[in-house]
Design a protein around this ligand. Structure first.
Ligand code: ZN
Length: 160
C-alpha cells in the first residue's frame, strides 16, 4: 500500500550533513512513524508521500523544511552561576530546558570563557541542509487509537 495520511511507515535511513558526515542512521527496521502527524520533519514527510514498501528515496532537504533556520536571538551569554554543576560545563554539553511557553528545548553550550558561558537554544540541526537516504520497509494502516494519539503504538512505538 502507498504512504498516505494515517499510515504507519517503517523506514531505515541514513541522515548526512552537507559534508557527507553521517549524523544519524537506522538500519534494523526499528524506526516507525505516523504519516501526516508531523512525527518527522516536513520535507521528508512530503517526499515519502505516495511511496511504498521497498521504494528507496534519496533527497536533500533545506533547513526550512527540516529543523528551521538558526535564530541568533536563541544564543546568549550567561554567568556560570546559572549552572549548578559548574565542574562539568564543556563546549558541546547539552541541557534540557523549557521555553517560557513550556515547550521542551535543548540548550547547547557553545562557548566557555572564564565565568561566561555561551549557550544556544537553536536545535543542533537548525540551519543545516540535510541529506536523507531512505528505504521504506513497510506501510500499514494506523489504528484508530494511533490516529487519535498522533503517534505509533507497538514494539517500537509508545507502549501504552
Ligand atoms: Zn499513544
Amino acid at each position: 500500500m502507498k504512504i498516505t495520511q494515517n499510515t504507519v511507515v517503517t523506514i531505515d535511513y541514513t541522515l548526512k550533513n552537507e559534508s557527507g558526515d553521517t549524523i544519524d542512521s537506522v538500519s534494523d527496521g526499528s524506526f516507525s512513524y505516523l504519516h501526516g502527524a508531523s512525527n518527522i520533519i516536513p520535507g521528508l514527510e512530503r517526499e515519502l508521500q505516495d511511496k511504498q514498501a521497498e521504494d528507496e528515496v534519496s533527497v536533500d532537504i533545506a533547513p526550512v523544511d527540516a529543523y528551521g533556520e538558526r535564530d541568533p536571538a536563541m544564543q546568549q551569554v550567561v554567568s556560570k552561576d546559572m549552572f549548578e554543576d559548574v565542574e562539568h560545563i564543556d563546549v558541546g554539553k547539552q541541557f534540557h530546558a523549557q521555553t517560557p511557553d513550556g515547550d521542551p528545548l535543548v540548550i547547547t553550550v557553545v562557548g566557555v570563557e572564564d565565568d561566561q558561558i555561551t549557550i544556544d537554544g537553536n536545535h543542533p540541526l537548525a540551519g543545516v541542509p540535510l541529506h536523507f537516504d531512505v528505504k521504506i520497509i513497510s506501510v500499514r494502516e494506523a489504528s484508530e487509537e494511533e490516529i487519535a494519539h498522533g503517534h505509533v503504538h507497538g514494539p517500537d512505538g509508545h507502549q501504552h
